[in-house]
Write a protein that binds this ligand. Structure first.
Ligand code: S3P
Length: 429
């Protein structure tokens, strides 16, 4: 069992520039879509997080050869396509790997068994199983086809026109990847546009894909084997953006951050709260916008965040709650009920843990209301609920508390951002 991790109150501003490590979402896609090219693909700046390693391990079990050129540049050789694994496929903690691979495996001509860790085993899988079954997929899963473990007998798939009840990039991507193997044109419509990295990568690799706002369609495609370079993760950058905004006199630059507009909701939200943010060196790489972000300390004010904004900040809401605790006035988050199905129930986790630090919060079924301008109390121990984003949000809250705090399960940070503490140190030296 790991010890409680201690966080001390920070005594100086954050200063300097850091490179933000690789985007988890894009790394997953680079590996899984790269494996469908039937060629060798070079991926640069692949994520070092445990989730993205789970994706590589699963692909290796399916016969893909992976050679490292350096710590984060790899060659993925999928010349022989995917083949049946002798073992169960362990997705670890990764919902993205699970849902994407379910879509891919549904259209292969072999049998697969998918398992995950304790937290992943509790997460809903019907959202991908149901539409995949409409395409003809043969899938069996625990609890009436809702949870892992799951088995998939690959079969011939037929295209569907699917109106997704939720804006979920994982659902959309599972269907797009299944659509690559289906007869006919698979069409997916979402209520709001979720992150579009899958569409961008498939377009970059020359798939037969059409994109029209919230409607995407795909047909069987021969993918081009082009090198893929992964930008830095804006969801990781978000922790530094909030920290610099709430720690007096801070002034930092976050370099090489993905700025795809389906992910930049955190910038819009913080700017609306009064944050001082400037984008520098905007450019396009492998179909994705990339740039540097400068953030300086600023006085924040509370705002209302509504359902339409949620997909673009879906992973940033815990850290937005920390920013809201320091803002003048009330911040309302609504329409975020899907947060209850992430690595933890993030609505419950945010409310219970920030309350321990004296923050006034009201939990709602689909979000919460935070009363701002709190002086955070230390001398308490926060839980992380097996959730990397709760761990990092707790750390930032700890930096501005009046006394040190403890965090149980801080090591979950390694799921997406093993470099987190090193990067912080670079900004405080
Ligand atoms: C992800 C999509 C989001 C997000 C998750 C990563 C992706 O999930 O929360 O961390 O890479 O497509 P949903 O699509 O379920 O909202």
């Amino acid at each position: 069992m790991n010890k409680t991790f201690k966080v001390n109150t920070i005594s100086k501003p954050l200063k300097g520039a850091i490179e933000i490590p690789s985007d988890k979402s894009i790394s997953h896609r680079a590996a899984m879509i790269g494996a469908l090219t039937n060629h060798t693909v070079q991926i640069s700046n692949y994520s070092q997080g445990a989730d993205c390693r789970s994706t590589l391990k699963v692909l290796q079990s399916l016969g893909v050869d992976i050679q490292y050129k350096s710590e984060n540049t790899l060659f993925l050789n999928a010349q022989n396509g995917l083949k049946e694994s002798n073992n169960i496929l362990d997705m670890g903690n990764s919902g993205t790997t699970t849902r994407f691979m379910t879509g891919i495996l549904a259209g292969q001509n072999f049998y697969s068994v998918i398992v995950g860790d304790e937290s992943l085993t509790k997460r809903p899988m019907a959202r991908v199983i149901k539409p995949l079954k409409l395409m003809g997929a043969k899938i069996w899963a625990r609890d009436n086809d809702t949870k892992l473990p799951m088995s998939v007998i690959g079969t011939e798939l037929n295209a569907i026109h699917y109106q997704s009840p939720i804006a979920s990039a994982q659902v959309k991507s599972a269907l797009l990847l299944a659509g690559l193997f289906a007869n006919g044109k698979t069409v997916i419509e979402e209520p709001f546009k979720s992150r579009d990295h899958t569409e961008r990568m498939l377009s970059y690799l020359e798939a037969n894909i059409e994109i029209n706002n919230n409607i995407v369609s795909i047909e069987k495609s021969k993918l081009a084997a082009k090198p893929i370079s992964v930008p830095g993760d804006i969801s990781s950058a978000a922790f530094f953006m909030v920290a610099a905004s709430i720690i007096k006199d801070s002034d930092i630059i976050l370099k090489n951050v993905g700025l795809n507009t389906t992910r930049t909701g955190i910038i819009d939200v913080l700017k609306q709260m009064g944050a001082d943010i400037t984008i520098l060196n905007n450019r396009l790489e492998c179909g994705e916008e990339v740039g540097d972000i400068q953030i300086k300390y600023a006085e924040l004010k509370g705002i209302k965040i509504t359902k339409d904004l949620i997909p673009s900040i879906i992973d940033e809401i815990p850290i937005i709650a920390v920013a809201a605790s320091q803002a003048n006035g009330e911040t309302i988050v609504e329409g975020a009920e899907d947060l209850r199905h992430k690595e933890s129930d993030r609505i419950a986790a945010v409310c219970s843990e920030l309350a321990k630090m004296g923050v006034e919060l009201e939990e709602k079924p689909d979000g919460f209301i935070v009363q701002g301008a709190n002086k955070l109390k230390g001398d308490c121990t926060l839980e992380t609920y097996h959730d990397h984003r709760i761990a990092m949000s707790a750390y930032i809250a700890g930096l501005i508390a009046n006394k040190p705090i403890g965090i149980n399960g801080f090591e979950w940070v390694n799921i997406s951002f093993p470099e987190f503490l090193d990067k912080f140190e670079q900004l405080t030296n």
